[in-house]
Ligand binder design. Structure first.
Ligand code: MIG
Length: 793
């Protein structure tokens, strides 16, 4: 079973445990504790962020540039106090206190009220040799009563991950299900939350690692890695938003995508000829199904050779793409990492890569081969900057003819030991001792990051996505781009959006998609989606329809399906499904001003676009296990339907008042209601005191100017800021953007909506603004960006 690759032998040697503190050295932000040969090192990075390292040998590895963006020394210096007693060393920052017990050495964290979190327990920290070259290090921490665990990157099952073992090892987990452990993404980050207190933990290791959240021993969390030393960043906050904010300062944030990437994407393996693509677009436009993007899967290539087009089926891609552009359609093409092994065939990608020595070699120096779509293939070493540069430049072949974005697949990387389809083929990885990264004689850091594949496996997809993003952004110098990747590591949000791979056309996968996307969001990856309708298998009309309803909530909204399955275009399931799909896709387009602002928030603070209720109601224990309702931003809550034949469903309304999206009816929260959910309706609610901007329906982003903006306001108290710019260029980086802050409050029996003057240098297209207070009235005015106060009785 591929997901257990990297698993440890079953006869486990005993642990060596960290000893007592013998000596302490304190220098600026770091405090080192000698514990026999082993050494514990703390770094006070920020008042809520501490880096903890332990090396059994006393020597630490050099810094790696791959995931953590700022060096520890680059953070603004924070002050802290140290107090030493015979039993412990106490370090106190503005936000937390941490104590290092001396006999034996144990690290313990406390909030300012003295509540413990992330406390070392049992052996505290231990290590052992696991056969040649594999040095395992672990840390045991107490799971506090009522503490729950979220994030962990891409995870199946429901929402709370407590009671699971979670392995971080990027894996082509095709046929994944609720029990699958290692997934395509390996993101060793989680947050632990309980009433009034919480923390996040980034396990800074790219080696095979695993979290055991109370399985082996109840109430004990174990972190383990085969990386030879322990290295984690711990982030304190009771508020998940603050934890994600700090975590994304550490690992980076996404760039603002073009608005078109937030529209509807239509995909299928495979739209395999110009004729088929033209017909598809014609259908979309004739049937008035809004759509911005068509994805071309592997069949556009010539014999699955990357950076080529099939000359027979796509004779003139440039012409095709420019015609599609006139219809407002952008094209995203798939690129896999495997390069067809094809000596003496004038296949430039192979020839150049071989000549320049850019492909992964085995430890014995021979070029490594695996089997993927083009048959025998070789694989670029994306860890090396010069390889990324070369690979990136190859994308010119695509961007020059008008390709707008790139989809990176198979980059765990996925491959077999013999041709696809051959009996008995096994999934393989590169050999663990294969060298990867820049040669050690490279002149300077970060070029000098030569490693073996044990350390770099989890980075392969991340670095491929990085190569792609950096290049395409340069090649399309005036336009923002869209990059999608299947595999990645912590920080993948800097380079790419992520989709959850090969799901199935089954109700269970629809149900699982939202908690999966929420946990990715809590792990810093905001631009995420699952294949609408399910990839493998045949969706039924009802499943497809319910999936499309939930799909409008996915930050990345794409319908996809596997070759030889039922097609997943909205008109494939009869007139009723088509009509309801159209209405929901239209709703997605109307919500774009709101959703675009959420992406701006994600780009500036790391906040997820799609959020579990827990994100905003972390003091409400009823949200701890709640996986079947979500928030899109802070204002809009949805309760999709996940089963056939269901026409009513239980909905939890957290504290406050909630307004039914469809009827405007008000409900008092802190209770459950039974919502009507006939086939055409996904229950949706607006939080009291919300301002939701809605644009007109368009067939694609920018089809016509945004000449009307409707603000749907719910009575109550609240504030919200709308972000705007041209939606596609980089001019916003030079200040061509604007924000408008809206406030709503209640005065006597009146609802007051205050609109502050627009800030910033972007002037939107002339437009009317309609302010609609739910249950009250509407007022309309020509928007000149000036401040206003409107009252509604
Ligand atoms: O071996 O490119 O997850 O979205 O359609 C399968 C064909 C390779 C896997 C991706 C899927 C894509 C498919 N790919």
């Amino acid at each position: 079973m591929p997901e257990f690759a990297g698993e440890l032998p079953t006869r486990e040697p005993a642990w060596n445990a960290i000893a007592s503190v013998e000596n302490i050295q304190h220098q600026q932000q770091s405090i080192d504790f000698d514990c026999g040969i082993g050494r514990l090192s703390l770094y006070i990075v920020a008042s809520n962020l501490i880096r903890v390292r332990f090396s059994p040998t006393g020597e630490f590895r050099p810094r790696r540039s791959w995931a953590v963006v700022p060096k520890d020394e680059e953070w603004a210096v924070v002050s802290f106090d140290i107090q030493e007693t015979a039993e412990e060393v106490i370090i106190e920052t503005e936000k937390i206190r941490l104590s290092v017990q001396r006999h034996p050495c144990r690290v313990q964290f406390f909030d300012k009220a003295g509540r413990p979190f992330g406390q070392d327990i049992g052996l505290g920290i231990g290590w052992r040799q696991m056969g040649t070259g594999k040095s395992q290090v672990a840390c045991w921490k107490k799971i506090e009563a009522e503490e729950n665990y979220y994030g962990f990157g891409e995870r199946t099952g429901l929402f709370n991950q407590k009671g699971k073992r979670l392995t971080n090892w990027a894996t082509d987990s095709l046929d994944y299900n609720v029990q699958t452990d290692a997934m395509y993404q390996a993101i060793p980050f989680f947050m632990a939350l309980r009433p009034e207190i919480g923390y996040g933990l980034f396990f800074n290791t790219t080696f095979w690692s695993r979290f055991d959240v109370g399985v082996d021993q109840p109430d004990i969390l174990r972190l383990e890695t085969l990386g030879g030393e322990l290295d984690y960043y711990i982030i304190y906050s009771p508020d998940p938003a603050e934890i994600v904010d700090t975590y994304t300062q550490l690992t980076g944030r996404m760039q603002l995508p073009p608005q078109w990437a937030l529209g509807y994407h239509q995909c299928r393996w495979s739209y395999d000829s110009e004729t088929e693509v033209r017909q598809l677009v014609q259908q979309l436009r004739q049937r008035r199904i809004p759509c911005d993007v068509i994805h071309l899967d592997i069949d556009y290539m010539f014999g699955y050779r990357v950076f080529t087009w099939n000359p027979r089926r796509f004779p003139d891609p440039k012409k095709l793409l420019s015609e599609l552009a006139e219809d407002g359609v952008k094209v995203v093409t798939i690129i896999d990492p495997g390069v067809k092994f094809e000596p003496q065939a004038d296949y430039a990608v192979y020839d150049q890569g071989l000549e320049k020595d850019y492909f992964i070699r085995r430890a014995d120096g021979k070029v490594f081969h695996g089997y993927v779509w083009p048959g025998r293939a070789v694989f670029p070493d994306f860890l090396r900057p010069e390889v990324r540069q070369w690979w990136g430049d190859l994308h010119r072949n695509l961007t020059d003819i008008g390709v707008a974005g790139i989809w990176n697949d198979m980059n765990e990387p996925a491959m077999n030991d013999r041709p696809f389809g051959d009996e008995g083929g096994q999934k393989i990885f590169f050999p663990m001792d294969a060298p990867s990264g820049s040669p050690s004689d490279a002149p300077k850091e970060p070029l000098r990051e030569r490693a073996t594949y044990t350390e770099t496996h989890n980075l392969y997809g991340l670095m491929m996505a990085r190569a792609c993003r950096e290049a395409v952004e340069k090649l399309r110098e005036r336009s923002r781009t869209f990059v999608l990747t299947r595999s990645g590591y912590a920080g993948v949000q800097k380079w790419s959006a992520v989709w959850t791979g090969d799901n199935h056309s089954l109700w269970e996968y629809l149900e699982m998609s939202l908690p999966m996307l929420c946990n990715l969001g809590l792990s810093g990856v905001a631009f995420v989606g699952a294949d609408i309708g399910g990839f493998a298998g045949d969706a039924t009309p009802e499943l497809f329809l319910r999936w499309m309803q939930a799909g409008i909530l996915y930050p990345f909204m794409r319908a996809h399906s596997m070759i030889n399955t039922k097609r997943h275009e909205p008109w494939e399931f009869g007139a009723q499904v088509e009509e309801i799909c159209r209405q929901y896709i239209e709703l997605r387009y109307r919500l774009l001003p709101y959703i675009y602002t959420l992406f701006w928030e994600a780009a500036t603070t790391g906040a997820p676009v799609l959020r579990p209720l827990l994100y905003h109601y972390f003091d409400d224990p009823k949200t701890y296990e709640l996986y079947d309702q979500v928030l899109l931003g802070s204002s809009l809550m949805a309760a999709p339907v996940y089963r056939p034949g269901v026409e009513k469903r239980l909905v939890y309304l957290p504290a406050g008042t909630w307004y039914d999206w469809w009827t405007g009816e008000a409900y008092a929260g802190s209770t459950y209601i039974l919502a009507d959910a006939p086939i055409e309706k996904m229950p949706m609610y607006i939080r009291a005191g919300s301002i939701i901007p809605l644009g007109p329906v368009m067939q694609y982003v920018g089809e016509s100017p945004l000449n009307q903006l409707r603000l749907r306001v719910t009575p109550g108290t609240g504030e919200w800021t709308l972000y705007e710019d041209d939606g596609h260029s980089f001019a916003y980086r030079d200040g061509a953007c604007s924000t408008t802050t809206y406030q709503v409050y209640v005065e006597d029996t009146q609802t007051v909506v205050e609109i502050q003057a627009r800030q910033g240098q972007w002037t939107p297209h002339p437009r009317n603004v309609i302010v609609e207070v739910v249950g009250k009235a509407e007022q309309e005015f020509a928007d000149d960006g000036s401040a206003r106060r409107l009252t509604f009785s």
